[in-house]
Design a protein around this ligand. Structure first.
Ligand code: PEP
Ligand code: MG
Length: 312
């Protein structure tokens, strides 16, 4: 099956043979959003809402949240924006959602697991996001972080719909969710691969531990294989599969990801021009050939070399 090209929701990037691959911005504040627009982002693939409230010691009221989100959304009036609900815990602790001391915070109550425990906080945030969507005119969808099962995905999508947000997706950043991507996709409108956490959990290598950086390298063939599985599940379901981790900001890897069936790439504004150019430089068949070459390589360095050679 062909990957689901969803140009309306995935921005305006194109391969050399005119296949849409969304080129989107990662944002956490209004300045990021303006920078993403200036760099040519077709929309936002990841709005990290927790970045708005990193210092808050009490939950911001719904009106305060609505205003903060609307400010970030405003530059994207008429454009698609994926708003991620609060991803509290581990490397992004939020004082007002402190779940207590845990021996392994990265494996603890974080992301959607906090929302399952504090449904009231999630519902107030979803309501604020719906309000900000109306205020800004952006085409807003919502996305849950740290989802592990299709049941969690269904639960989140139902809560989003109850808040008046029709389009809901989840991040694929836990290996269990990647392995059950078909079932997860059946419950939501789209998924987005969080390669930072997915690499951490696939390799059992703390993303904050510099000494383990090679294990967390997104060029690891094991990670690429898992991404390819999710890409195929998306194509079969006819639903978009994004990447919003750091992997999307590497121009050579971006083409490989497109070749693995990824339909949009979301990244920091400064990476947008080079990644857009890399995707445009080759037809989809060449990106697929680069992906095949990388998948067959024994190491990250060999995968990079093989992908570059396939495009030369
Ligand atoms: C990721 O995990 O790849 C991701 C995009 O989310 P964050 O870096 O915010 O955890
Ligand atoms: Mg993550």
């Amino acid at each position: 099956a062909e990957p689901a090209a969803d140009a309306d929701w995935d921005g305006t990037g194109r391969t050399a043979d005119d296949r849409p691959v969304g080129i989107l911005g990662n944002v956490g504040a209004a300045g990021d959003a303006r920078a993403a627009v200036a760099a040519g982002a077709g929309g936002v693939g990841l709005f990290r809402t927790e970045f708005c409230f990193l210092a808050a010691t009490e939950e911001p009221g719904e009106d305060v949240q609505r205003a903060a989100y609307a400010e970030v959304l405003a530059p994207f009036a008429g454009k698609p924006v994926v708003v991620r609900t609060l991803d509290a815990g581990a490397d992004k602790p939020l004082p007002f959602l402190d779940m207590g001391t845990e021996p392994n915070p990265a494996l603890g109550v974080r992301g959607l697991r906090v929302a399952r425990d504090r449904t009231d906080v999630l519902d107030r945030q979803l309501s604020a996001i719906a309000g900000a969507a109306a205020d800004s005119g952006a085409q807003v969808s919502v996305m849950a972080p740290m989802v592990s099962t299709a049941e969690e995905a269904a639960w989140f999508a139902a809560r989003a719909r109850a808040a008046g947000i029709d389009r809901a997706g989840v991040m694929i950043e836990v290996p269990a969710a990647a392995l059950t991507a078909a079932e997860v996709l059946a419950e939501v409108d789209f998924v987005s691969l969080g390669t930072n956490d997915l690499a951490q959990y696939v390799f059992a290598a703390d993303r904050m531990a510099g000494a383990l950086a090679e294990l967390g390298d997104p060029w690891q063939p094991a990670l690429l294989r898992l991404i390819g599985m999710v890409g195929r599940a998306g194509a079969e379901a006819g639903k978009p599969v994004g990447v919003c981790g750091e992997a999307a900001a590497d121009p050579l890897l971006a083409g490989v990801l497109a070749g693995l069936g990824v339909t949009s790439l979301s990244m920091t504004a400064s990476a947008i021009p080079a990644v857009g150019a890399a995707v445009r430089a080759h037809p989809m068949a060449a990106h697929r050939a680069a992906a095949e070459a990388a998948l067959a390589a024994p190491s990250p360095a060999a995968a990079k070399e093989a992908a570059a050679a396939a495009l030369a």
